[in-house]
Design a protein around this ligand. Structure first.
Ligand SMILES: CC(C)(COP(=O)([O-])OP(=O)([O-])OC[C@H]1O[C@@H](n2cnc3c(N)ncnc32)[C@H](O)[C@@H]1OP(=O)([O-])[O-])[C@@H](O)C(=O)NCCC(=O)NCCSC(=O)C[C@@](C)(O)CC(=O)[O-]
Length: 601
């Protein structure tokens, strides 16, 4: 078997075409450069299609005339094909000096109509025209056939339909046809059967490429099977990005990193440097704010300790997620800032590890209580200043009530109970930002909150037993969040549990490399949360609370029914959200809330 394969990197086109938020042109061109630097030598740069159909790639002209693309094209060491659907696309591409285009057809009617607004026959006629024009202009043309195994609207695709389109594309002058499992539903046995049929009907395998999406986790296996059948060219996308806006439910392409890893292990040359490609995948994911879909990349990053950095990078590199915070109050040991509908409480006794004094406890309770009825506030974060998040109750000689007997013990119990219960019962989204270690009551603060972010140096320690105490008032929240076995072990060992361990167990949402990145991760999370309704989250919190406390009992059923009725009301957030969904609009719930309040004034 030939021990060399060619990879057609489709990340900048297929990978990005379905991303909702507009990716800046500079990011797209930097991605192309980085892919080139990783050794990829065929990179589909963009598509020149209707900006209404694919708004994400509406900056195709800017990409094509960018310094990066122009310089790369001049080196003649890389091919930068561009996807075009019609003569307009070829003409535009040609005017920007493009020397290779790709035409695309569907083997099935439903997807053809959705994707290019015509029947398969009309698509073939259009592709013939496009190919002929492109060749006249001196370009080479690649062909794609989509939906080789199934169509999202029509169901399974007959092999005869694929054969027909492949033959048409080759007949009109495409030098190669890429077989697209657009839905990502095929498995290796389907791949073998189809390739066999094409081969038996006179299609040379030298003219075929594989393009496998990974919806059912079969993409890499499909590549391997196609390779064993004799295919030597594969399309893939860095970090497994991608998906077609017209193929609902389909996920990204096979990840280039996984492909390279697999072929490297098999001694098959790809020309790609995995050590450079993996950071490229991490980088683009950080820019898009999404995790990688590449298993190889995740494993390699974890091994080199880069996984956490990538999480942090993902939260800091995006300039759009820096929020403006304004100080709104300051008291002994606490500073409160506000940004829109979010509050951030900073425990500010760094010299004492932010140990909780009576005043601090009362002030925290007061902030949470007053915001509970304030519909202009949707989210509350709590963070520490200095090295520690919070070292728990103040155990100073003159301040601690430990060992002082009944009346002060009762007072302290009431105070702590009120603190944790007020946070736990808050109808707002509550977020603990562990900027450093938390001990005892500090751990309680963290686990009475809904969500947690942490720096990599943060940790939690239920240190009480070392002092002859036990995590009494906080046990309610700690046991609920940690689960019985882990909570028992954490209490009994009184050991330091690092943020990374908490992250692995899903107890911390993200780990940042340092404090500035923690702040950035918080800003990013708060921004994400604007797009979920605070009313809906209040109901979600209630559902979780009731299933924890009364799971399987009538109380739970009654509460669910009550929440369900609230949700279905004509003036509910749900009623607005569903209408906006039907109109194809994404709701910024902070703006919605503000509008609602203004209309009441
Ligand atoms: C095919 C059309 C154009 C038909 O769209 P249409 O609405 O039938 O045709 P139209 O000619 O009336 O064009 C509509 C508007 O688009 C403009 N337009 C028209 N063409 C272009 C062009 N080239 N560049 C820029 N603008 C263009 C045109 O000027 C007009 O603008 P308006 O007058 O309304 O302002 C449209 O449906 C379309 O652009 N579809 C693109 C679909 C697409 O890009 N899908 C994703 C790629 S395919 C894929 O991902 C699968 C693949 C390849 O990866 C393999 C696999 O996995 O299967």
């Amino acid at each position: 078997m030939d021990s060399k394969v060619t990879i057609v990197e489709v990340g900048p086109r297929d990978g990005l075409q379905n991303i909702k938020n507009q990716v800046p042109t500079e990011v797209k061109t930097e991605l192309i450069q980085r892919l080139y630097d990783s050794g990829l030598r065929i990179i589909e740069a963009t598509s020149v299609v209707s900006p209404k159909a694919v708004p994400q790639l509406k900056d195709c002209r800017e990409v094509l005339q960018s310094k990066t693309v122009k310089q790369l094209a001049q080196t003649h060491s890389v091919r930068l094909p561009v996807l075009v659907p019609n003569i307009k696309g070829v003409t535009i591409a040609h005017s920007y000096g493009v020397s290779e285009v790709a035409v695309f057809l569907s083997a099935s009617e439903g997807f053809s109509r959705a994707n290019i607004n015509c029947t398969v026959d009309q698509g073939i006629a259009r592709a013939r025209e496009v190919t002929s024009e492109a060749k006249k202009l001196g370009m080479i043309v690649r062909g794609y056939v989509s939906c080789i195994f199934a169509d999202p609207f029509d169901g399974p695709t007959p092999e005869s339909a694929v054969l027909r389109v492949v033959k048409e594309l080759l007949g009109m002058g495409c030098y190669q046809v890429s077989l697209g499992d657009t839905l990502g539903v095929g498995s290796p046995s389907d791949v073998r059967k189809l390739i066999q049929t094409l081969h038996d009907n006179g299609v040379s395998l030298r003219h075929l490429a594989g393009h496998f999406h990974d919806t059912y986790g079969q993409a890499l296996a499909n590549v391997w099977e196609a390779y064993k059948c004799g295919i030597r060219v594969f399309d893939s996308s860095v970090a497994g990005l991608g998906g077609c806006p017209f193929a609902p439910g389909a996920t990204g392409n096979v990840a280039t990193e996984d492909l390279v890893y697999m072929f490297n292990r098999a001694g098959v040359t790809t020309g790609v440097d995995l050590d450079k490609l993996v950071p490229t995948g991490r980088w683009i994911c950080s820019k898009l704010g999404i995790p990688t879909a590449s298993r190889a990349s995740a494993a390699i990053s974890a091994k080199s300790g880069k996984g956490m950095a990538s999480q942090a990078d993902r939260n800091t590199n995006n300039p759009a997620i820096r929020l403006e915070w304004k100080e709104v109050s300051k008291s002994e040991g606490l500073i409160t800032h506000r940004s829109g509908a979010s509050l951030r409480i900073t425990m500010n006794r760094p010299k004492n590890g932010n140990a909780l004094t009576t005043t601090m406890i009362e002030d925290i309770v007061s902030i949470f209580s007053s915001s509970a009825n304030d519909s202009t506030i949707s989210r509350i974060a709590i963070i520490g200043s200095g090295k520690f998040f919070c070292t728990g109750m103040d155990l100073g000689k003159s301040t601690t009530p430990v060992g002082t007997g009944e009346p002060s013990a009762n007072e302290q119990y009431e105070r702590l109970h009120r603190l944790f219960e007020t946070i736990d019962q808050s109808p707002k989204v509550t977020i603990a930002c562990l900027n450093g270690p938390a001990f005892g009551g500090g751990v309680g603060l963290a686990f009475a909150c809904d969500l947690r972010l942490a720096t990599k140096d943060a940790s939690v320690m239920l240190s009480e037993a070392r002092l002859g105490l036990c995590p009494a008032t906080i046990s309610k929240y700690v046991v609920r969040e940690l689960g019985v076995p882990f909570a028992r072990e954490a209490m009994m060992s009184a050991r330091r549990i690092p943020a990374t361990e908490l992250e692995t167990k899903g107890l911390v949402k993200a780990v940042a490399s340092d404090r500035p990145q923690l702040q950035s991760a918080l800003d990013s999370l708060l921004t994400e949360l604007r797009f979920v309704s605070s009313d809906a989250l209040k109901m979600c919190k209630e559902l979780v609370r009731v299933s924890w406390a009364h799971g399987g009992q009538q109380t739970q059923e009654t509460a669910i029914k009550h929440i369900f009725k609230q949700m279905m009301k004509p003036d509910s957030a749900g009623s607005h959200g569903v209408k906006e969904f039907q109109a194809g609009r994404k709701v910024d719930w902070d703006l919605y809330q503000r509008g609602k309040l203004q209309s009441k004034l």
